[in-house]
Design a protein around this ligand. Sequence first.
Ligand SMILES: Cc1cc2nc3c(=O)[nH]c(=O)nc-3n(C[C@H](O)[C@H](O)[C@H](O)COP(=O)(O)OP(=O)(O)OC[C@H]3O[C@@H](n4cnc5c(N)ncnc54)[C@H](O)[C@@H]3O)c2cc1C
Length: 426
Amino acid sequence: MDRANVLIAGGGIIGSCLAWALAEHGVDDVVVVDLDLAGVYASSELNAGGARATWWQPVNIETCLATLEFFRENLDEFGFKEKGYLWLYSDEALFSRAKKKRELQNSYSLGVEVLQRAEIFERFPILDRGLEEILGATFSPRDGLVNPNAVRSWYRKKAEEKGVVFLNRHYIAGVVTDRVTGSAGSIRRVAALDVSEVQPGDPYDESGVIREILTTHRVPPQRFVEESRIACDTVVNCLGAWSPVFSAKIGVSDVTEPVRRQISLVGVQARDGSHDTELSDIGMIVDSSDLYFHAEGGHILAGYSNPTEAPGFDFTYDGESFFEESIWPRLAHRSSSFERCGHLRGWAGLYAVTPDRSGIAGTVDGFSNLFEAHSFTGRGVMQSYGVGRAMAQLLARGEFGDVDLRALSRRRFKDEAQWVMEDLHI
Ligand SMILES: Cc1cc2nc3c(=O)[nH]c(=O)nc-3n(C[C@H](O)[C@H](O)[C@H](O)COP(=O)(O)OP(=O)(O)OC[C@H]3O[C@@H](n4cnc5c(N)ncnc54)[C@H](O)[C@@H]3O)c2cc1C
């Protein structure tokens, strides 16, 4: 493979959806390059499967709404379970903001309810502990859970059927541009272009062009590494938490930080000795302690995002100690049914975190043929279809269609008033 019309860097759920959506638009010669399509380093393979449209910012609601609608159309294939999100609050200010945001959410027909403390136990009797500290809850019945691997596989399969090529085990090591000011080995770099130089609303600077993407890959059965150069007309950075590494290669400084997030799979023994979690009729529960959990094949999948976690490319799962310190106390504090729960296993993946906890999508100032769609924090699965379709429309037609992602341009970070701030974030 030595040339591509559109080269998508990263074949996670976003890159895969975009590839399919571009092919649907009739765009030819789409090539997706990934160092490991099995997803060992991809957030798409390591997440919690939550899917909700109940966000606080229209662009996030709209992309999730489009995606959830698509999940509903393919309910069985994607294992989508519309069982709702129950969110418990013990913080007065947060609860009050959540109640205010309900108006916006329900203008999209999301049917979000506010529950008083007594109603919580009535409707969800499994939550029988510590309710005295809970001020109330919101319940959003149209949200739910999905099988992210099934969704990602579907995007990829449909893209391949339409002629998209996925290059596996190809590591993007360098970028050749025509704005050369120096050289570093075989990788030429452009003059450093800092996002801080660009004002929101500035005209789009088209002076840079990416000519080639340089990849390295192992050639089996030998162990030596081969280099290849792929000439490309258009490039899209869909590298998730790895996106700043790519941006750095072309002199663009990124605001995204990779942050480790851990999840435990928990075994629960009910009082009668059975292993029923009693959670199968509820979707995601987000506790006031920031623990989130849901039923997962007879067990519980429970995650907790340590607020003091330092940024870094860390995939270490802390195992028992994470379960004992972060998961078990919170589960047992909320329900007597979870008292006898035990650690089964778990994993760690990366959130791509931005200052306002919203993704980055659109064009990249300084380059006429570079686009990006990445950094969807804890939301990439539930935004995948909305973002993939919108980006394909931008690339194929030159402007956004029904779903407008302009609010997610990286330019917003120049002016805090334009941030797309999300508070209810797990
Ligand atoms: C613990 C956890 C829980 C989460 N829970 C949810 C949830 O409930 N709901 C939800 O919607 N989202 C959730 N997320 C977030 C979601 O998983 C991500 O937002 C989404 O998967 C991002 O997809 P992506 O395609 O942008 O990135 P990724 O899936 O990370 O894909 C990036 C790809 O780039 C490739 N790559 C990286 N560097 C290179 C290189 N130099 N050369 C070639 N290829 C490269 C990687 O191999 C990878 O395949 C969660 C994430 C985590 C970690």
